[in-house]
Design a protein. Structure first.
Length: 498
C-alpha cells in the first residue's frame, strides 16, 4: 500500500483562481504561441523619465509602469494588427480577425490582499500620461470598496450566459455545478450584505466592465521584483486576444555601442527586456515589426515622452531638451575620450614598464644562462672524468671476469671432454656386451631350434618305425590270410577234379 503523503495545507480554488485557471488552460489548449524577447537600451530614456517628474507631486508622479503603458500604446497605434481579437473555427477552418479601434489594456494588478486581478484599462489610445495616472489612481480607489468575489462572479456568470448563447450547454452546466456545489462552491454576498454592497455607486467600486476582456494584455513583471536579472520567456495569450506583452525590470548589461570614431565598443547600459507573445494564427513576425520600430524610435529619441504630458511641450522646450541630450551625450563621449586617453597613457606606461622589466629579465636570464652553462661544463667535465674512471674500473673488472671465465670454460671443457670420452667408452662396452648377449641369445635360439629339429626327426623315425611295424604286422596277416586261402584252395581242388 502506497504511503500517504503529508499535506501541510489544502486550499480549494476561489473564484479568482478558477477564472485564471480556466482562461489560461483555454489559452494553452487552443493558441499557438510565438514569443520574442526585445531588449532596448533605455539609458537615455530613463534620464528623460526622471526629468519628466521634476515638477510633479507624489500624487501626480508618473511611474515607469505608466510610462511603459504609454510607450506600448504608441507602438500599438503604429501596429494596429496587434490590437485585435480572433474568432477561429478549427472544425471548418474558418477564421475572422477583428482589428479594434479602442486600446483597452488588460493589466494584471496585485491587490491589497496579495491576490492578482486583471483590470481592464479602457480607451488608453486617447489618454495622455496625466490622464493615465488619474485613471489608474481611480482604479486603486475603487478597488478598496469592491468585493472581488462578487464582481468576478458577475463576469463568470456573463461568460456562462455567453457560452449558452454559443451552444456550449454541457460546458455551462459543468461550470455551474463546479461553482455552486460542494467544497468548491463560490462564496458570494447574500441577503442584506448583498443589498448594501450594490447600493455603492458604480463610480465608487469596480464592475464587470472593469475586469472584462481587454484588447491586449500587458503584464509588468518588473514591478513585482525590481532586482530580478532575467526576462519572461513566455506568457499566455488570453483569448480572443492575439497578443500579450511582459515588461521586465531595468537591468545593467554590457551593450555594443558605436563611439565617435565609428568604432564598436562595449559599454554598461540600462536595458529593459520586453517579451512580445503573439497568436500565430493571426500574426507572423513581420506583422509586429512596425511595433518594434516605433519603440526603437522612442528609445533613440526619448525627449518625445515630454509631449505625452497634459498640454505637451512647446517647440522651444523640445529644442532645449534635445540640446541638453546632445550636450549630455557629448560630455559622455568626452568623458569616454578622456578615459580612453587615460587608459592609453596607463597602457603605454605599463607597456614601457613591462619592456624594462622584460629587458632586465632578459639580462638576468642571459647571466643565469651563462652561469648555468659554466656550471653545466664543470658538471660535464666531472661527469666525464667519473665516467672514465668507472669505465677503466669496469674494463679491468670485465678483463678479470673474462680471464676467470675463460679458465673456467677451459676446465669445464676438459671435464666435459673427459666425461664425453668415458661416456662413449662405456657406451661402446655396453653396446659390445649387448651384442655378445644378443649373439649368445641367437646361438641359444639356434641350439634350441636344432634340438627341436632332432626331437622332431626322432619323433618322425619313431613314427616311421611304428608305421613299419604296422605294415609288417599287416603283411604277416596278409600272408597268413593268403596261406589260409591257399590251404582252402587245395582242399577244394580234388573235388573239382572229380
Amino acid at each position: 500500500m502506497a504511503e500517504k503523503k503529508k499535506i501541510s495545507k489544502t486550499e480549494h480554488f476561489g473564484i479568482q483562481r478558477k477564472i485564471v485557471a480556466n482562461m489560461t488552460t483555454e489559452s494553452w489548449q487552443n493558441i499557438p504561441h510565438v514569443t520574442y524577447t526585445y531588449e532596448p537600451d533605455v539609458t537615455e530614456f530613463m534620464i528623460e523619465y526622471r526629468r519628466l517628474n521634476d515638477d510633479t507631486t507624489p500624487e501626480t508622479k508618473i511611474t515607469v509602469n505608466t510610462l511603459m503603458l504609454k510607450v506600448i500604446v504608441e507602438g500599438l497605434k503604429a501596429c494596429p494588427a496587434m490590437n485585435a481579437h480572433i474568432d477561429f473555427d478549427r472544425k471548418y477552418v474558418r477564421g475572422v480577425i477583428n482589428t479594434l479601434e479602442e486600446i483597452n489594456i488588460s493589466l494584471p494588478m496585485v491587490l491589497p490582499n496579495g491576490e492578482m486581478m486583471t483590470i481592464n484599462l479602457h480607451n488608453f489610445e486617447n489618454k495622455n500620461l496625466d490622464e493615465m495616472v488619474e485613471y489608474i489612481k481611480d482604479v486603486n480607489r475603487r478597488i478598496e470598496k469592491t468585493d472581488l468575489n462578487e464582481v468576478m462572479f458577475d463576469v463568470s456568470m456573463d461568460n456562462t450566459i455567453t457560452g449558452l448563447k454559443q451552444g456550449k450547454i454541457k460546458q455551462t452546466l459543468q461550470r455551474i455545478i463546479g461553482s455552486k456545489t460542494g467544497k468548491h462552491k463560490v462564496k458570494t454576498l447574500s441577503g442584506k450584505a448583498k443589498s448594501e454592497y450594490y447600493k455603492i455607486p458604480e463610480t465608487d467600486r469596480l464592475t464587470k466592465r472593469d475586469i472584462e476582456q481587454g484588447s491586449i494584455t500587458i503584464s509588468n513583471i518588473g514591478s513585482v521584483y525590481r532586482n530580478q536579472r532575467g526576462a519572461a520567456a513566455l506568457i499566455e495569450i488570453i483569448p480572443p486576444q492575439v497578443c500579450a506583452i511582459a515588461v521586465g525590470a531595468i537591468q545593467d548589461k554590457p551593450v555594443v555601442i558605436v563611439n565617435e570614431n565609428d568604432e564598436k565598443e562595449i559599454a554598461i547600459r540600462q536595458v529593459l527586456p520586453l517579451t512580445i507573445v503573439f497568436d500565430h494564427r493571426a500574426l507572423d513576425f513581420g506583422d509586429i515589426v512596425p511595433f518594434i520600430k516605433c519603440l526603437d524610435g522612442i528609445f533613440e529619441e526619448p525627449e518625445i515622452i515630454h509631449t505625452w504630458k497634459k498640454g505637451g511641450t512647446d517647440d522651444v522646450d523640445m529644442e532645449l531638451i534635445k540640446q541638453e541630450r546632445v550636450e549630455r551625450e557629448a560630455k559622455y563621449e568626452d568623458a569616454k575620450k578622456r578615459e580612453k586617453e587615460k587608459r592609453e597613457a596607463e597602457k603605454a606606461a605599463e607597456k614601457a614598464k613591462r619592456e624594462a622589466e622584460k629587458a632586465a629579465a632578459k639580462a638576468k636570464k642571459e647571466a643565469e644562462r651563462a652561469q648555468k652553462e659554466a656550471e653545466e661544463a664543470q658538471r660535464k667535465a666531472e661527469k666525464e672524468a667519473e665516467e672514465a674512471k668507472k669505465k677503466a674500473e669496469k674494463d679491468a673488472e670485465e678483463a678479470k671476469k673474462k680471464a676467470e671465465k675463460e679458465a673456467e670454460d677451459a676446465r669445464k671443457k676438459a671435464e666435459k671432454e673427459e666425461k664425453e670420452r668415458a661416456k662413449k667408452e662405456a657406451e661402446r662396452v655396453k653396446k659390445e656386451a649387448e651384442k655378445a648377449k644378443k649373439e649368445a641369445e641367437k646361438a641359444e635360439r639356434e641350439a634350441k631350434r636344432i634340438k627341436e629339429r632332432e626331437e622332431k626327426a626322432q619323433r618322425e623315425i619313431e613314427k616311421a618305425q611304428q608305421e613299419a611295424e604296422k605294415a609288417k604286422a599287416k603283411a604277416e596277416k596278409a600272408m597268413e590270410d593268403a596261406e589260409k586261402a591257399r590251404i582252402e584252395a587245395q582242399k577244394l581242388a580234388p573235388e573239382n577234379e572229380e
